[in-house]
Write a protein that binds this ligand. Structure first.
Ligand SMILES: [Zn+2]
Length: 146
């Protein structure tokens, strides 16, 4: 991962290539496990679990290593959402920071997380608030039919 190797590319030309890891697309529980963060914290930045909207510095293996040298495991867990005794599999590879390799899981985090868990619930609540109960059930049944 540091020394170039002459490789024949798909366009049939030979090039010197340095190999690395591709982004890792996994669901959130596996992201937490791979990056060594506490469930509910962001695997990419240092936002607090209850304040994910604030701009925060990005996580890095270098930052986690600095925390390991100065804090206890409990302080890392409580203050930074880091599980200090989990070592990411990328720790011994050059140019491979697991926090940079994690990619958004479109199915679970965007479609299910945003659409199903928030928008559908909000629309259902809205329909129940602006209609009589029997009418709301009729509308929701009609929506479910589709
Ligand atoms: Zn984040």
């Amino acid at each position: 991962m540091t020394t170039p190797h002459v490789t024949r590319c798909t366009d049939r030309y030979f090039r010197r290539a340095i190999y690395g890891f591709d982004p890792d697309i996994v669901d959130f529980p596996e992201q937490a496990l791979l990056t060594g963060i506490v469930q509910g914290y962001c695997p990419i930045c240092l936002s607090l679990a209850d304040d994910l909207h604030r701009d925060s510095p990005l996580r890095s293996c270098q930052h986690t290593a600095a925390l390991l040298e100065t804090l206890t495991l409990k302080e890392m867990w409580d203050n930074y959402g880091v599980v200090g005794d989990i070592i990411p599999f990328t720790a011994d590879f050059p140019r491979a920071d697991i926090h940079e390799l994690i990619s958004v899981d479109l199915l679970h985090q965007i479609i299910k997380g945003t659409f199903k868990d928030h928008i559908v619930d909000w629309v259902e609540l809205y329909i129940k608030q602006v209609n009589e109960p029997a009418e709301a059930e009729c509308i929701l049944a009609d929506i479910d039919r589709w």
